[in-house]
Design a protein around this ligand. Structure first.
Ligand SMILES: [Zn+2]
Ligand SMILES: [Zn+2]
Length: 187
């Protein structure tokens, strides 16, 4: 494993188990995978997966409930180098919707890059807008026709500066309907 790379594992007790076992798992998984372990208690009924005839629980059903949990995990990378993507001269950011990962670059967001005087507020607003926009994609939001909406496609910074930091009503509704895990929208 490369230095500085850390996996993140979410440990999810779905039933009550002893804190000692949770601790043991935390320690050994951290050692074996070199990862950050997060414990998230999700104790509740497993009745939905119970098959009375077999007196057993259907594992795939329980697995899918976990999938919706990890779908809530999002990652935003921030760099300060110039980014491009195949077919595009440059990009301000990008998102990989399937894996919930997004990336933004600060490189082209500084007014000084264009020979303009520094403007911290403008700079910071651009950063927020780009971050919200890319993370918005990871919640299955597409580009929005509303020029004020943060999900509007920016052909350049002029477009970015016209946008608001937040979502338009339509996009906000889509996001709300997707639920906290953002997994139910269009996927
Ligand atoms: Zn976009
Ligand atoms: Zn919108």
């Amino acid at each position: 494993m490369q230095q500085g790379m850390r996996r993140n594992i979410i440990l999810v007790p779905l039933v009550r188990i002893s804190s000692q076992i949770v601790e043991i798992l935390e320690q050994s998984l951290a050692g074996i995978f070199g990862s950050g372990i997060h414990v998230r208690m999700r104790i509740g009924s497993l009745d939905y997966a119970y098959a009375p005839k077999r007196k057993q629980y259907l594992a795939p059903l329980i697995l899918s409930s976990l999938r919706s949990l990890t779908a809530g995990v999002r990652c935003l990378g921030i760099v300060n180098v110039d980014l491009y993507s195949p077919g595009l001269n440059y990009i301000l950011g990008e998102a990989d919707i399937g894996s919930g990962v997004a990336l933004i670059s600060l490189y082209r967001l500084r007014p000084q890059v264009y020979g303009l005087p520094p403007d911290e507020k403008l700079y910071h607003n651009r950063i927020i807008k780009e971050a919200v926009h890319e993370l918005g994609h990871t919640y299955y939001l597409n580009h929005c026709l509303d020029g004020k909406c943060v999900m509007h496609f920016s052909r350049g910074l002029a477009d970015t500066d016209l946008k608001q930091v937040g979502f338009c009503q339509k996009c906000q509704k889509k996001l709300d309907e997707a639920g906290p895990n953002g997994d139910a929208a269009t996927a």
